[in-house]
Design a protein around this ligand. Structure first.
Ligand code: ARG
Length: 578
């Protein structure tokens, strides 16, 4: 019989569930259906005396059957003991009704040997669209886009690992009235060769120049509206200019994506939806769903407790929201996803609430739509990132700063290696530290961007986890054949490490459930700590007990594999040598 891997936590969850069911049949038959749908927790414990895992199931059951949790815990423990499950060494009761589980070494070791640590086979029907990055052309990607890009890429890797087919979607901001302003500025004050040398920075300068000049000459606003109108109507010169602006900007974004090792299935500009907007608006107007308000077109959403959605301005120009609704139905038709995630900063929370309310109102789709919001990224003084002149700091500049900080660390430590290799390591460490750092905090918190701190070896950092991985890789390289070994000779520290290794899948499950990454970085940090504590005092390669040595190498290989897989899921590259 082929055994599939189930984490100890899921295994215990099933045991608990069965015990509840058995107990209810015997003692509380009227509550069987209620108890089957009860939600309770099974949690890993860090302190050995509380067992390896603990469950609050008795408290949950107490609420429906109205008995004392401690008595129910006794009954549940009894039920579990009677089943004689070989996984359980013993079950204890603590804290007035918590059930503490102690697992047998043979169960732990067998489970470890079944652990695969590879991506699940993709299931064709499990298609999910993950939208992320979505910068605006002619402007630099800023630090908020950077957080979105790194988080979205992590989620894509995670979903892929869990057997989903991921469609990584970039909703490029390449349309809107601001292009009218840019066209005015470029035609009056721009130079092709200057822009081509440094497209995004120059286009931003032109855009800012427009805003300066308009203060003295308000007629420029009319000129801008005129240029945008022409662009919308398909004016040949404006179309060509706009296309060129999109191309040069996108080329720059692509360099950043390549450096970050991030790719997309589709990059679809907002402009793509332009031809679909007029028929869409007409339909809503005809059906009376869209209403006129002070010349503009709106869809009231007060039933949802939201301000009305603005879908067309008085001059007929469509809006960000309109393109988002049309894009949603396009995505559904094109990709048939079972779910869509939008990885976009918290400041757009209202926008997404409105978008999802419109979806319900217009019956576009029933699949879950999730706004994966996140907090701001601030500079070291806790303020919004800006240059001295108040300009946006580009994501590329920030990436360069981190790589520069990594370069300094690498050349200090590795004097003897060739310059080219050093540069490669600096880039890997820099990008790794950047990603790890942007992922390690709760996604809704605001975070501080500090290249120096990102590079520090101490604490929960890429370098620390990476260092631990490299340390294991060095040991494992010295061994040619790894066999299962004899686990009965292992000691407390080995088992401690094994138990943590076995929590890998649970960490991934929590990340999936909450669309966040910090539970994985926390987990990797914990595992790295256990490995280092183990290695500090335990000689592995010099051990003359052959069975124990083999078992330890077997465990260390699993640990290394988990660390490497975890780092890869974060979008970073584990190095064997550092
Ligand atoms: N381009 C937008 C911005 O930079 C983000 C787009 C978010 N995605 C969406 N479907 N609205 O603010």
């Amino acid at each position: 019989m082929k055994h599939t891997y189930v984490s100890p936590k899921s295994y215990l969850y099933t045991i608990m569930h069965d015990a509840m069911h058995t107990l209810c049949i015997a003692r509380f038959p009227q509550y069987i259906t209620d108890s089957d749908s009860l939600s309770f927790e099974v949690e890993a414990k860090q302190i050995a005396s509380f067992g390896d895992y603990s469950s609050n199931a008795a408290f949950a059951l107490a609420r429906i059957v109205k008995e004392h949790p401690s008595e129910l815990a006794q009954l549940l423990a009894q039920t579990i003991r009677e089943k004689n499950d070989p996984a359980l060494e013993r079950v204890e009761i603590a804290g007035g009704g918590f059930l503490n589980f102690f697992l047998t070494p043979s169960f732990l070791y067998t489970t470890l040997s079944r652990m695969q640590i590879v991506a699940q086979r993709p299931i064709k029907s499990k298609r999910v669209i993950i939208e992320f990055s979505s910068p605006n052309v002619a402007k630099p990607m800023h630090v908020g886009h950077l957080r979105a890009t790194i988080l979205g890429d992590f989620l894509s890797r995670l979903y892929t690992h869990q057997g989903y087919t991921v469609i990584a979607w970039n909703h490029l901001g390449d349309w809107g009235t601001q292009f009218g302003k840019l066209l005015v500025a470029y035609k009056r004050w721009g130079h092709k060769d200057i822009v081509e040398k440094n497209p995004i920075a120059e286009l931003l300068t032109l855009y800012i120049l427009f805003h300066d000049k308009v203060k003295e000459d308000p007629s420029l606003e009319d000129a801008a509206r005129e240029e945008f109108k022409k662009l919308e109507m398909g004016d040949v010169q404006n179309r060509a200019l706009w296309k060129w602006i999109v191309t040069v900007s996108l080329d720059e974004f692509k360099k950043t994506y390549a450096l970050l090792n991030i790719s997309f299935t589709h990059i679809v500009g907002e402009s793509f939806y332009e031809p679909l907007l007029a028929p869409f608006l007409e339909k809503l107007q005809a059906e009376g769903i869209a209403q006129q308000s002070e010349g503009a077109w709106i869809i009231p959403l007060q039933q949802e407790g939201l301000p009305p959605a603005l879908i067309a301005k008085s001059d007929g120009a469509t809006l960000y929201m309109t393109r988002d609704i049309v894009s949603l139905s396009y995505r559904i038709k094109k990709e048939h996803p079972i779910k869509i995630l939008y990885v976009v900063g918290n400041e757009q929370q209202l926008h997404f609430k409105q978008l999802f309310a419109l979806n319900t109102l217009l019956h576009i789709t029933d699949i879950p739509l999730e706004h994966v919001g996140f907090g701001a990224v601030l500079d070291t003084t806790g303020k919004k990132f800006a240059t001295r002149e108040g300009r946006i700091v580009s994501a590329q500049d920030l990436i360069d700063q981190v790589i520069a900080a990594a370069r300094a660390v690498v050349s200090e430590k590795q004097q003897h290696i060739a310059a080219q290799k050093k540069e490669r390591i600096a880039t890997t460490v820099g990008i790794g530290s950047l990603k790890y750092n942007l992922l390690k905090d709760n996604r809704t918190s605001d975070i501080i961007f500090d290249p120096q701190r990102m590079l520090s070896l101490g604490g929960n950092s890429f370098s620390y986890v990476q260092y631990t991985y490299a340390r294991l890789a060095r040991i494992l390289k010295k061994t040619t054949r790894i066999v299962r070994g004899r686990p009965n000779s292992l000691d407390e520290r080995d088992w401690d490490m094994i138990k943590i290794i076995l929590q890998f899948d649970d960490a991934l499950t929590v990340c999936m459930d909450t669309s966040s990454a910090h539970q994985l970085t926390d987990y990797l940090f914990l595992l790295a700590n256990k490995i280092n504590a183990f290695y500090e005092v335990t000689p592995v390669l010099s051990d003359d007990n052959a069975g124990r040595k083999a078992a330890r190498l077997y465990v260390l290989r699993k640990a290394a594999h988990v660390l490497a897989t975890g780092l890869e899921l974060l979008g970073t590259t584990p190095l064997d040598q550092i």
